[in-house]
Design a protein around this ligand. Structure first.
Ligand code: 2AM
Ligand code: CA
Ligand code: CA
Ligand code: CA
Length: 266
């Protein structure tokens, strides 16, 4: 498969950062770890991976702006382009030796998502998408799953953690979905969960309070794989509100509806 020059730049940055994460994952007990907030860890591995991605992307596309988890917003002379980057999505897994984590890189052009890369170094699975060009895992074209009944579906989610004081309606939502789906999974890397929806491994996904860098690449990936992604009300506020619901057209609609059901005692 011939990849565009843009995707090549993004893939190169992700793979180089992935090699750094893989090395650090092998010696995770020696890493310096600090707390950003309650339950919110960051390690040298996150920062090293981010430095690599930052310098690779800045060298290949001088002037583009950045929004990165650890550095925050970095403006560039080119205000039409912005990279949205999570150098290590699933830090908690990483620090526990669980090989479920990823790198997420997206590019926005004039506020529109145009390219996305999600890489899982532990499985060597590389997900790429470009607006209008489809979504791929390694060289295989991706398509969201085709199931149309929630009872047949495995749905991914993210459980609110320490530091997210307000858990809102999460337990009600979980109970609603648990009551109707074939299974519910919580892997701990939102970017990877979204890639799994694109790949048809998960039939759907929902989570609250995510950050733009968790979602940006995954949103494009799912849309390019023929899926639907919105906020909880069917709107397009995900990057601002942090709430996301995804699936194929039918399952997405069923999820939006099922999440909102009032509590039914069982
Ligand atoms: P992270 O590992 O990059 O921080 C899982 O539910 C998602 O929530 C992951 O994408 C994870 O991203 C993020 N996350 C996990 N713990 C968090 C915390 N304490 N505060 C904010 N985000 C967190
Ligand atoms: Ca983090
Ligand atoms: Ca993240
Ligand atoms: Ca992160």
């Amino acid at each position: 498969m011939a990849r565009s020059a843009l995707l090549n730049v993004m893939v190169q940055a992700a793979m180089k950062a992935g090699r750094s994460l893989a090395r650090d994952f092998g010696e995770v007990q020696n890493l310096q770890v600090s707390l950003k907030g309650p339950g919110d860890y960051v390690s040298q591995a996150d920062r090293k991976a981010e430095d690599i991605i930052y310098s690779e992307l800045a060298r290949a596309r001088p002037g583009y702006g950045f929004l990165m988890e650890e550095r925050g917003e970095v403006s560039g002379e080119d205000d039409q382009h912005r990279w949205i980057v999570d150098p290590l999505d699933g830090t908690t897994n990483f620090l526990h030796g669980l090989p479920v984590f990823s790198i997420s890189i997206a590019l926005e052009r004039q506020g529109q998502l145009v390219a996305g890369v999600i890489y899982n170094p532990a499985m060597d699975e590389l997900y790429t998408a470009e607006r209008g060009g489809g979504a791929f895992m390694n060289d295989r074209r991706l398509r969201v799953a085709g199931r149309s009944k929630l009872t047949d579906c495995v749905i991914g989610t993210g459980i609110p953690h320490l530091g997210r004081g307000h858990h809102g309606n999460y337990l009600v939502e979980l109970r609603n979905i648990m009551g109707e789906a074939s299974g519910v999974r919580r892997f701990g890397s939102a970017a990877l969960d979204l890639a799994y929806v694109a790949a048809g491994r998960l039939d759907g996904f929902w989570e609250d309070s995510l950050s733009p860098w968790d979602m940006a690449a995954g949103i494009l990936m799912i849309r390019e794989a023929g899926g639907f992604v919105t906020d909880k009300d069917g709107g397009n506020s995900m990057l601002d509100s942090g709430a996301i619901v995804a699936g194929n057209e039918t399952i997405h609609r069923v999820l939006v509806k099922t999440l909102k059901k009032p509590v039914t005692p069982r």
